[in-house]
Design a protein around this ligand. Structure first.
Ligand SMILES: Nc1ncnc2c1ncn2[C@@H]1O[C@H](COP(=O)(O)OP(=O)(O)OP(=O)(O)O)[C@@H](O)[C@H]1O
Ligand SMILES: [Mg+2]
Length: 240
């Protein structure tokens, strides 16, 4: 089977600074794939390079068999790839409904494109908050809105950058449920997480990024059992 997304030898960075030194990875349709690694290893840079907001120095990005390496972010989004950035970037002065309506104007005409009714049926928290402004939402609700917005724009491959960052544990669980709902709706997910437990709970497969390369690929079960890799590259321990 041809992967939905394939990164082949991706090198990338900023100015003179190399961040990625040859990243190889694949994502199959329907999978939840986690990309984990310590602070500053280049997880966000990887997502930006896929999106086309950062131009790779070398290597290719292939999406559904098409070489999209040289496409900018607008064209990439039109292909059906969505990124929910760490900062979420919702419009604070607009209501939940208005934020979603705005997102529904652009994006891509994919099969998975969702309408507002689907969002409000699926994301109860947002349904209750339809008429509230972005600035009135909690961190968790803002994250849900940012995810919903990408789906309304037609993301078939949803890239999430640290969706649970800064959220209280109960809200983390709620956002995880939302990501499961998204997966169950047939949307493929590439998940970047600092919270390794969250990443491994959600993912079918995980890549570990270190020194600008993928140093390890494993199932969550394998990674949980591999204390050495987890401590060395992720700085966490599951031995408790
Ligand atoms: N716009 C930028 N200009 C210059 N350097 C950058 C820029 N963005 C990131 N960097 C640097 O590139 C490296 C990789 O950053 P990146 O944000 O991709 O890492 P990350 O794995 O997402 O880290 P974090 O866990 O902190 O989110 C870091 O050293 C960072 O300081
Ligand atoms: Mg990051």
């Amino acid at each position: 089977m041809t992967p939905m997304l394939e990164l082949d030898g991706i090198e990338s960075g900023y100015g003179e600074t190399r961040v990625l030194g040859g990243v190889n990875a694949t994502v199959d349709e329907g999978e939840v794939v986690a990309l984990v690694g310590r602070n500053g290893v280049g997880k966000t840079t990887t997502l930006r390079t896929i999106l086309g907001s950062v131009e790779p120095w070398a290597g290719t990005v292939t999406y559904r068999g098409e070489d999209i390496t040289d496409l900018g972010d607008v064209e990439t989004v039109q292909r059906g790839i969505g990124l929910v950035p760490e900062e979420r970037r919702i419009f604070p002065g607009l209501t939940v409904t208005e934020n979603l309506e705005l997102a529904s104007y652009g994006g891509s005409e994919t099969e998975n494109r969702r309408d507002l009714d689907w969002v409000f049926d699926t994301f109860e928290n947002l349904d209750e908050r339809r008429e509230n402004r972005g600035s009135d939402l909690s961190g968790g609700e803002q994250q849900m809105l940012a995810i919903a917005r990408a789906l309304v724009s037609g993301a078939d491959l949803l890239m999430l950058d640290e969706p649970t960052e800064g959220l209280a544990p109960m809200i983390v669980d709620r956002v995880m449920e939302v990501i499961e709902d998204v997966r169950d709706a047939g949307i493929t997910v590439l998940l970047v997480e600092q919270n390794v437990r969250v990443a491994l709970d959600l993912a079918d497969r995980a890549y570990v990024l270190a020194h600008g390369e993928i140093v390890h690929e494993a199932t969550p079960e394998e990674l949980r059992a591999d204390e050495e890799t987890v401590e060395r590259y992720l700085g966490v321990s599951f031995a408790d």
